[in-house]
Design a protein around this ligand. Structure first.
Ligand SMILES: [Zn+2]
Length: 462
């Protein structure tokens, strides 16, 4: 891809000085940002010009936690509970599925402006192939867990050692085959699922691998009460205390959710330099974490990967939390100016904040000379947004994925004028739909009572 000039846009650099250029330009060369500022005279004549008048120009979103569970849409929400439907359904996915689902998954990320996404999946190899074709940036993890999912459905934890070994092998292969590939757009992490789903031996193996390959680790941390109860039963400790004793609690670790952490757990997390991935448990105490100096990234986690939608859920959650605490409690406890993050703060955490959590802050997350050109533009010419006196407030509160009209990753345009350029969207979606129907039908064949309950919901609206 040749040089690109983006001109006349409302430039939100999201850099540490929070610089904004109401009418500015960005010049991109060799996949990196060469200059950004008020009136940048293009140093050379570019191959491609994007006129960003009436558009916000900003870094792409950094989505720090996702799993590709969108394949269970329209089922899980109707008949699901996490252990009863979601986890068993995960067992119905096959390595070869990604040949059919991969591009649709990439399309969703690109469409919503997530230029970098952490994806933790059972069979990440096939997804990596799709990513190579689609061109987005990802941090991939092989999902390491080792319980019998069918037994877990009934509330019984049975650890299957071979399953853990196979998952660890997939993690090693993922690193060997894909880390640094696609011009560095694909990197990897080690991802033991959670302290109730992974044995001590496997956690220690994961810790070793993360050290040996110098990778970040991601784990679900005090996500559910069932997890906390099981870990207490096995080890007599909270999941955070347990991981500390295993030597896993350090600044490599990113803990997703942290819904049931205690005050002591939180101190351990802060002291160890663990970052928290804030996902859809939106009423978790985000401000308290931030005020304690804990790094936080945002993640869409499961059934949609729309970061703008997530930001609104997070703001709503913070509002609910403040309200239920009487508002003042949050303000007094955290000594903050407001009881919820500002609109700018959530945008910052969704870009530069996420990049820093992933250890990629030097390369992505803001518009600065020398950084990778991972950029989105958001069209303001939408009656829900314009007129406005602050485009950033408006896109956080009222924008959606279809307003993101241009997406650039590594200097390559992946969405142009609202349309994906690196893949055939319709074909990708139709192919994915067909494979999802096959997966769900297989699940329903084995669980006729689930089919019945789903049909009652869908066709009889019970
Ligand atoms: Zn998750």
């Amino acid at each position: 891809m040749g040089d690109i000039l983006i001109k006349n846009g409302f430039i939100a650099t999201m850099d540490s000085e929070r610089k904004i250029y109401p009418k500015g330009s960005v010049y991109i060369s060799e996949g990196r940002i060469e200059s950004v500022g008020k009136t940048v005279d293009a140093p050379r004549s570019p191959e491609f010009i994007i006129n960003a008048e009436h558009k916000v120009v900003m870094p792409g979103f950094v989505n720090t936690h996702a799993h590709l569970q969108q394949y269970f849409r329209g089922v899980y929400e109707l008949i699901g509970d996490f252990y009863g439907v979601n986890l068993p359904l995960e067992g119905y996915r096959r390595p070869e599925d990604m040949e059919y689902l991969g591009l649709a998954s990439c399309a969703e990320l690109i469409y919503g402006g997530s230029t970098t996404t952490v994806v933790i999946y059972t069979y990440p190899d096939g997804f990596a192939r799709a990513v190579e074709e689609a061109g987005n940036r990802v941090v991939l993890g092989a999902d390491v867990e080792e319980v019998d999912l069918e037994k877990l459905r009934g509330g019984v934890y049975e650890y299957v050692h071979e399953k853990g070994e196979a998952a660890v092998r997939r993690a090693v292969n993922l690193y060997r085959d894909w880390h640094g590939k696609a011009d560095g757009k694909i990197t990897t992490i080690i991802a033991p699922k959670a302290a109730d789903l992974v044995t001590v031996e496997t956690y220690l193996k994961c810790k070793e691998l993360a050290q040996e390959f110098n990778l970040k680790m991601s784990t679900h941390l005090s996500q559910s009460w069932r997890e906390v109860t099981q870990v207490k039963k096995l080890y007599g400790k909270t999941p955070t205390e347990h991981l500390k004793d295993l030597g896993v609690l350090n600044n490599r670790l990113m803990g997703a959710h942290c819904t049931y952490v205690t005050e002591r757990d939180l101190s351990l997390i802060r002291e160890a330099g663990v970052s928290i991935l804030h996902c859809r448990a939106v009423t978790n105490p985000l401000l308290r974490w931030l005020d304690q100096g804990i790094q936080v990234g945002f993640g869409t986690d499961d059934y949609h990967h729309d970061m703008l939608q997530l930001l609104r859920e997070i703001l709503w959650g913070a509002g609910v939390r403040a309200k239920s605490a009487g508002g003042a409690e949050e303000m007094l406890a955290s000594n903050r100016r407001t009881a919820r993050p500002t609109f700018y703060e959530v945008l910052e955490l969704a870009t530069r904040g996420g990049a820093e959590v992933l250890g990629l802050g030097g390369e992505i997350g803001s518009l600065e000379p020398g950084k990778k050109a991972d950029i989105i533009t958001v069209d303001l010419m939408n009656p829900f947004i314009t007129p406005t006196r602050d485009p950033l407030t408006s896109i956080v509160l009222y924008g959606n994925s279809s307003d993101i009209d241009n997406v650039i990753v590594d200097g390559r345009i992946l969405k142009l004028g609202g349309k994906p350029t690196s893949l055939d969207l319709e074909q990708a979606l139709l192919k994915a739909q067909k494979r999802v129907d096959e997966i769900i039908d297989r699940f329903f064949d084995d669980y006729p009572e689930q089919r019945k309950s789903w049909e009652e919901k869908v066709f009889h609206r019970k």
